[in-house]
Write a protein that binds this ligand. Structure first.
Ligand code: FES
Length: 564
């Protein structure tokens, strides 16, 4: 199909640049006009990060075909700060600190602008309602609502404009509010995340992923993809020159599946092409044949004799077992007046940061392989990548781009290796931006856990013994499982001093999406079980749940032995 002839007004300027017929308004603004303050979070009209005004009406630009915007007047986040001066709303967001990772903030500012344009006297309930189409994963909403209320009052004259001024740190930063240095770039959309970055001659990457949870790859045919016009390269595991493995503790995950796939969504091959559409078409032209293998999805089943083995070096499917022993647990149970045993379970959780995974790689004039990505662990990534691409460490460089939400989920090096290999093969810059679906399917989740908790107590609430066993689904690769199991074991009994304990935490390989780092790194699962169990024990003993904790917090010893 021929390009569309566009004629629209964008931020006060007439624009006639043609658009691809497939483009959404979001693509046109970002890719053709370089207005990258408008972000893509979900691509499905749910998160609001792509909010813009079309003929004065707030719209989600990911849902609007660009053809429908022909003749329209568009306002993006870049239009709000005049001559570089933040407007009242942007200053209010800066004042209240309503910008953590900042990825949602341009969309929030646009939605807040719409709210106050629609009703300059909107109360906080109406503001909440009007911002209901926008999601923030890290600032929390209260500072955002507070900012909109302050801006409303300044605009209406019920607060002086000085209410937006910086308070000043006085003689000390301690005890005073200090403004974020990076907030102006976030509230104006000027901050560039990895997916916003562009280099001359840049290629676009797409990744072919496994539809099978466990299978032997019997063939990969990339010839049709490689022959397509505009395709610069196709890479597979065969392109890895060094030691093919990464992971936070055990380097068991190949850059792309090497002979065997172990979960749905695992990368098998990647294409770098001149444009995104060609990269997608070439990805779909790669032919892979598989032989299905028996799969296991439940960690307890994976621990049984005869279960499918996920990795040949771990025939028992155990990633990590952490045992802790203290005192004499049987004696402790024998001394108890009451023994309570329960089982607790927690589910996998997706990080759902608003910025999907993205990165850009290039080989510089000195042959240094450079990766720009929102990595939470660039030093470790650099060391792993140097082994993978078989280059000395001084020939590998990582640049940490702004992280649009991480929560532990960007600690694993799941795509940087593919980018490096493609940049080395083509000697051109290569960029990869995950779709939301790809991010959900292929990246690590919080470890789901099943915990058996046995506690012995005296009638007065003192704990005599604890036996704690946690079985966690580590998924197909080790990632952070070892560390998560260690922390869960160490924190299994919470802050309480208990004389007799028997603790076991197990991280287990299965054919599920790998589990990885997530806020609290294993402590949440253990604490959920501990605190739920204490509530049940307190009820059974007829004690106040707070008092029982106070007693244990003093060392699990009689009150007269506790420190004042
Ligand atoms: Fe809202 Fe990070 S500041 S998602």
């Amino acid at each position: 199909m021929p390009d569309l002839q566009m004629d629209m007004t964008v931020n006060g300027r007439r624009v006639t640049k043609p658009a691809g017929p497939h483009m959404r308004l979001l693509d046109y603004l970002r890719d053709e006009l370089n207005l990258t303050g408008t972000k893509e979070g979900c691509g499905a009209g749910e998160c609001g990060s792509c909010s813009v005004f079309v003929d004065g009406k707030l719209m989600k630009s990911c849902l609007m075909p660009v053809a429908k915007a022909d003749g329209a007047t568009i306002e993006t986040i870049e239009s709000l700060a005049q001559n570089g001066n933040l407007n009242f709303l942007q200053r209010a967001f800066h004042k209240t600190g309503a910008s953590q990772c900042g990825y949602c903030i341009p969309g929030m500012v646009m939605a807040a602008t719409s709210a106050l344009r629609e009703n300059p006297l909107a109360d906080v309930e109406e503001i909440k309602e009007r911002l209901g189409g926008n999601i923030c994963r890290c600032t929390g909403y209260s500072k955002i609502f507070e900012a909109v209320e302050i801006a409303r009052d300044v605009i209406n004259g019920t607060l002086p404009a000085t209410a937006l001024d910086a308070p000043g740190a006085g003689e000390s930063y301690i005890g005073n509010n200090v403004r974020r240095l990076d907030a102006p770039s976030k509230v104006t959309g000027a901050l560039r995340y990895a997916g916003d970055m562009v280099m001359p001659g840049m290629l676009h990457m797409q990744v072919l992923r496994s539809p099978h949870p466990h299978a032997q790859i019997t063939s990969i045919d990339t010839s049709a993809a490689e022959a397509m016009p505009g395709v610069a390269c196709v890479i597979t595991a065969a392109d890895v020159p060094g030691e093919d493995g990464f992971g936070v503790f055990v380097h068991d995950q190949p850059v792309m599946a090497s002979g065997r796939v172990r979960y749905v969504g695992e990368a098998i091959a990647a294409v770098a092409a001149e444009d995104l559409l060609t990269a997608k078409a070439a990805r779909d032209a790669i032919k892979v044949t598989y032989e299905d293998l028996p799969a296991v999805f439940d960690p307890e089943e994976a621990m049984r004799d005869g279960a499918p083995v996920i990795h040949d070096y771990a025939l028992d499917n155990i990633v990590k077992h952490v045992p802790i022993r203290k005192g004499d647990v049987e004696k402790g149970f024998a001394e108890a007046d009451l023994i309570v045993e329960e089982t607790y379970s927690t589910q996998p959780v997706e990080h759902a940061y608003l910025e999907p995974e993205a990165g850009l790689a290039y080989v510089d004039h000195d042959g240094v392989v450079t990766i720009v990505s929102p990595s939470q662990n660039i030093t470790h990534h650099r060391h792993m990548l140097s082994k993978i691409i078989d280059k000395p460490i001084h020939k590998v460089r990582f640049i940490m781009s702004p992280v649009g939400g991480g929560f532990g989920g960007k600690e694993d090096m799941i795509f940087q290796g593919m980018l490096a290999l493609a940049a080395m093969k083509t000697r051109l810059p290569v960029r990869l931006v995950f779709s939301r679906e790809e991010s959900i399917v292929s990246t690590a989740k919080r470890h789901p856990a099943r915990i058996t908790y046995k506690m012995g107590l005296k009638d007065d609430g003192r704990i005599t013994a604890v036996a704690f066993a946690m079985i966690s689904d580590g998924g197909a690769y080790g990632m952070s499982t070892e560390g998560v199991m260690r922390k869960a074991a160490i924190l299994s009994c919470g802050p309480y001093a208990i004389e007799n304990v028997k603790i076991d935490t197990y991280g287990i390989y299965t054919n599920n999406t790998p589990s990885g780092a997530f806020r609290t790194f294993g402590a949440m699962q253990a604490q959920f079980a501990t605190e739920s169990h204490l509530d049940i024990c307190a009820e059974k003993l007829g004690l106040d749940p707070f008092e029982i904790r106070k007693g244990i917090g003093l060392g699990g010893r009689p009150a007269d032995l506790a420190r004042p």
